[in-house]
Write a protein that binds this ligand. Structure first.
Ligand code: 8NA
Ligand code: MG
Ligand code: MG
Ligand code: MG
Length: 305
């Protein structure tokens, strides 16, 4: 497969944004309802005929990518500043994330808010949904990859499962960015080698066994890292050669559709490159100040790093 590294960087960020924007149209709907509306993935994809707008998932990913492009690593202060600068609450943020970012905005002790709002910190998928650029930049160094993924989580997610979800998505992006011919068994053993908790290990083992679209649902479609990260990974591994199947199959699960498709889309785009995303979908991605052109350019800046 002749995909350049630069195309993979663009594929990853645009794959995330398009997945988020398409999935965002169906957030919190049920699988039953979606299955009635769309008989298959093609009908879901064909539904896109006008501009699609991304949500918090892409907005926070842009913040992380900006920090990496400027500094080459995750630094807490610039990262919090970038979260605040990119914050548009109407894009749909998790309850905890909103409180933490607003504390940052107001110069309050946001770390205390992040630790206290949920007991033990947030195990939501908010750190995982935004971590993909870390996987692109630190693809060559596992130890640094895990550390940087953790740093990118900590401002909002201090719960070990919230952090580990981010580490797994970063590892998946790193793995596929280096891969030209996808080997499913090797992919899952790589991910397991980057995973400590019994909870995520069990889910990853189940994800590795998924061979039919119908089996994805049992992995979960929720807002928690554990109920969405393994699902997104399994969807990519099921259809590595199709971006639309990878995002479409998780959107049709219902629930946290934007985040499932953002994570699955980032991995798929990093593997297939920008050419793997149908031009028709890409064309409909919002062209706002930080829309399609900005995201493409940000991917270039990251690549030059
Ligand atoms: P978060 O940190 O607020 O966590 C998300 C949710 O997970 C919380 O609201 C809780 O329900 C639950 N949760 C997390 N940790 C705990 C805990 N320790 N104990 C009990 N419950 C807990 O936000 P986040 O950034 O992790 O969330 C990411 C999600 O928020 C993504 O799906 C994203 O798309 C967004 N989101 C937005 C909307 C919206 O308003 N449009 C709806 C759902 C999700
Ligand atoms: Mg969202
Ligand atoms: Mg405020
Ligand atoms: Mg979501």
């Amino acid at each position: 497969m002749g995909v350049s590294l630069e195309q993979r960087f663009q594929g990853c960020l645009c794959g995330l944004a398009v997945g988020d924007a398409l999935g965002g149209r169906f957030e919190a709907q049920s699988a039953e309802h979606l299955r009635q509306r769309f008989s298959n993935v093609d009908s879901l994809i064909n539904y896109v005929t006008d501009e699609i707008w991304y949500t918090d998932d892409t907005q926070m990913t842009i913040a992380i990518a900006e920090v990496l492009a400027d500094h080459g690593e995750i630094l807490e202060e610039p990262l919090c500043a970038a979260f605040v600068a990119n914050y548009v609450p109407s894009r749909g943020y998790g309850r905890g994330a909103r409180m933490v970012i607003e504390a940052m905005e107001d110069g309050e002790d946001h770390r205390a808010v992040a630790r206290k709002h949920f007991p033990g910190g947030s195990y939501g998928n908010g750190a995982a949904m935004r971590v993909a650029p870390v996987g692109l930049i630190f693809q060559g160094n596992s130890e640094e990859l895990l550390k940087q993924a953790e740093f990118s989580s900590l401002p909002t997610h201090v719960h070990p499962l919230g952090i580990e979800g981010a580490q797994l998505i970063a590892a998946a992006v790193a793995y596929v960015t280096k891969t030209t011919s996808f080997d499913r068994a090797d992919f899952f053993s790589y991910l397991l080698s980057h995973c400590q908790s019994e909870d995520h290990r069990a889910k990853l083992a189940a994800a590795a066994k998924v061979e039919l679209v119908e089996q994805l649902a049992k992995l979960g479609n929720g807002i928690e890292a554990l109920e969405s990260v393994p699902t997104a990974i399994a969807s990519f591994a099921l259809t590595p050669d199709s971006y639309t199947e990878t995002i479409g199959n998780v959107i049709l699960l219902g629930g946290d559709t934007d985040t499932l498709a953002a994570m699955a889309g980032a991995i798929s785009g990093a593997y297939l490159g920008i050419e793997g995303i149908p031009a028709r979908l890409l064309k409909h991605l919002e062209e706002s100040a930080k829309g399609r052109s900005y995201i493409m350019d940000l991917a270039k800046r990251l690549f030059q790093r």
